[in-house]
Ligand binder design. Structure first.
Ligand code: NAI
Length: 326
């Protein structure tokens, strides 16, 4: 399998590459050709990481290539992990952030469209992740929109960990949590369908705890990590990316998780918007979990996050970054 990682010289790349090469991404019997896409500023770090990858003598790692050329990076790619992005500088307006990232994710989409393998799966990790995914997909009209996904698995895993801790149960006992909307502070971690060992979580913890502790804790966990570590989440983000692709390829069974996928209009989310939903992976495709009852508490929070996504889409549209909106 050909796996391409962009921004490979960054801190998420430093965790992600070793997990991929050791077999965590695609299982212990799938050899991997790894391609690392960087810009000149990150190239030396990526090349240094390649030296360490060599030193691990991973049996599954057949080749590693570093390039600054997106066309070369995505030629024949089966799994594309788009991590590299332009960070938000101090005082930078949101629209400037959307624009500078659109200038990265548009060309990535074009290069994917030109050369990716027919079964390509794309996971965007770089922020603002939902809208970057929308832009990349818009520039790749020959690739089905459902192959472009945005990572909200880290938020999902954070929510599972918080619930497990609160209820003193194993993380595997939990199911049915959903991250809705944007991967931003407006996201809505919804525990109203969650169960712990089959028992409804909302009855066990109460709505007040969900509203006052759980939702803000999960939504602001990225900030909490920065405060504690002096740097943003990296290993946990890499781990979530591994979980997302592993589940997409291998299926989730009846359990569900969260991912940013192109909306089919479900739950009142405008069609084509890349929004986080409850999803199951079935036969290699993400499916939005249908027919969940949404209470008024949830509806208001989903709508608020979706409104932010609509604003972001309008902003990139105004910048001419959505050539073939679908
Ligand atoms: P970093 O700044 O350590 O690394 C980013 C790397 O991307 C750098 O090496 C840089 O040279 C490279 N890069 C920049 N533009 C590029 C381009 N056009 N093509 C290829 N590479 C390029 O950042 P870090 O910590 O690795 O995070 C990466 C992204 O992931 C950030 O946007 C961050 O906000 C996002 N993130 C997303 C999460 C999620 O849950 N979706 C969680 C954590 C981080």
């Amino acid at each position: 399998m050909n796996v391409t990682v962009t921004g490979a010289g960054g801190q998420i790349g430093y965790s992600l590459l070793f997990r991929i090469a050791s077999g965590d991404l695609l299982g212990p019997s799938t050899p991997i050709n790894l391609t690392l896409l960087e810009i000149p500023a990150g190239r030396a770090a990526a090349e240094g990481t390649v030296l360490e990858l060599q030193d691990c003598a991973f049996p599954l790692l057949w080749s590693v290539t570093v390039t600054e050329d997106p066309v070369r990076a995505f030629d024949g790619v089966n799994i594309a992990l788009l991590v590299g992005s332009r960070p938000r500088a101090v005082g930078m307006e949101r629209v400037a952030l959307l624009e500078s990232n659109g200038r990265i994710f548009g060309p990535a989409g074009t290069a994917l469209n030109a050369g990716a393998a027919a079964d390509v799966r794309v996971l965007v990790v770089g922020n603002p992740v939902n809208t970057n995914t929308l832009v990349a997909s818009a520039f790749a009209p020959d690739i089905p929109a459902d192959r472009f996904t945005a990572m909200t698995r880290l938020d999902h895993n954070r929510g599972i960990a918080q619930l497990a801790s609160k209820l003193d149960v194993h993380v595997a006992a939990l199911d049915g949590l959903t991250i809705w909307g944007n991967h931003s502070a407006s996201q809505y971690p919804d525990a109203f369908h969650a169960t712990a060992g089959g028992r409804p979580v909302s009855e066990l913890v109460g709505q007040d705890w969900l509203a006052e502790e759980f939702i803000p804790r999960v939504a602001n966990r990225g900030y909490e990590i920065i405060q504690a570590r002096g740097a943003s989440s990296a290993a946990s983000a890499a781990s979530a990316a591994i979980d997302h692709i592993y589940d997409w390829v291998n299926g989730t069974g009846e359990r569900w998780t969260s991912a940013g996928v192109s909306s089919d209009g479900s739950y009142g989310v405008p069609e084509g918007l890349v929004c986080s939903f409850p999803v199951r992976a079935v036969d290699g495709r993400w499916q939005i979990v249908p027919d969940l009852a949404i209470n008024a508490f949830s509806r208001a929070r989903i709508d608020a996050s979706v409104a932010e996504l609509i604003e972001e889409r309008e902003a990139v549209q105004a910048l001419g970054l959505l050539p073939a909106l679908r």
